[in-house]
Design a protein around this ligand. Structure first.
Ligand SMILES: [Zn+2]
Length: 182
């Protein structure tokens, strides 16, 4: 492993073009913190909503949904899939931190559309161990959103399952399209 010795000491304000990407993020944080003032919020989301979305880099949730700091919980993974761990986060979100609504956002041109469950098989062949998790690959994004809505609505752990809505975000237009749960 190489180390990031390329960032010169004493030049924390300078934008370096030679550091690692993480160095760049840390530098950006210094700028952020310099302008930051404590908003004095507690941990409960202002809008009482949790958003579950794909990790896709083209989806800027706060900008796309008009969200401000402190407004919502964002729970993201590959596909925006409602896994056991997402249920864990939603359960804590609702029972400990007061959220009541759930918004699910999948999107067009998702990386999971080009994978199959063969991905697990290939992994097993390569490393000698089969992952415990499903890839959750899909072909029909609407159906995938419906399945996610169903998993939230049928979870025994959640307090609030009456306001659960699912959408497909179009990475070309920036528009959300709601998916009929039926
Ligand atoms: Zn995706």
């Amino acid at each position: 492993m190489t180390t990031s010795a390329s960032v010169p000491a004493g030049s924390t304000n300078a934008a370096t073009s030679s550091g690692t990407v993480t160095d760049r993020l840390v530098e950006a944080n210094e700028q952020y913190a310099a302008a930051f003032t404590d908003p004095g919020m507690d941990a409960r989301p202002v809008l009482n909503v949790a958003v579950v979305a794909c990790m896709d880099a083209r989806l800027d949730l706060h900008a796309a949904l008009g969200l401000a700091l402190g407004d919502c919980h964002t729970i993201r993974n590959a596909g925006g899939v409602v896994t056991d761990d997402v249920i864990r986060s939603l359960t804590i979100s609702q029972r400990a931190l007061g959220t009541r609504s759930v918004v699910l956002i999948h999107h067009t041109n998702c990386g999971l559309e080009s994978l199959t469950e063969e991905f697990r098989h290939d992994l097993e062949m390569e490393v000698g161990q089969r992952p415990a998790w499903a890839v959750e690959a899909f072909r029909d994004v609407d159906q995938d959103v419906r399945q996610s809505m169903q998993r939230v609505r049928t979870s025994p752990f959640l307090l609030h399952t009456d306001d659960v809505r699912g959408f497909v975000f179009d990475v070309k237009s920036g528009l959300l399209r709601e998916v009929d749960p039926a």
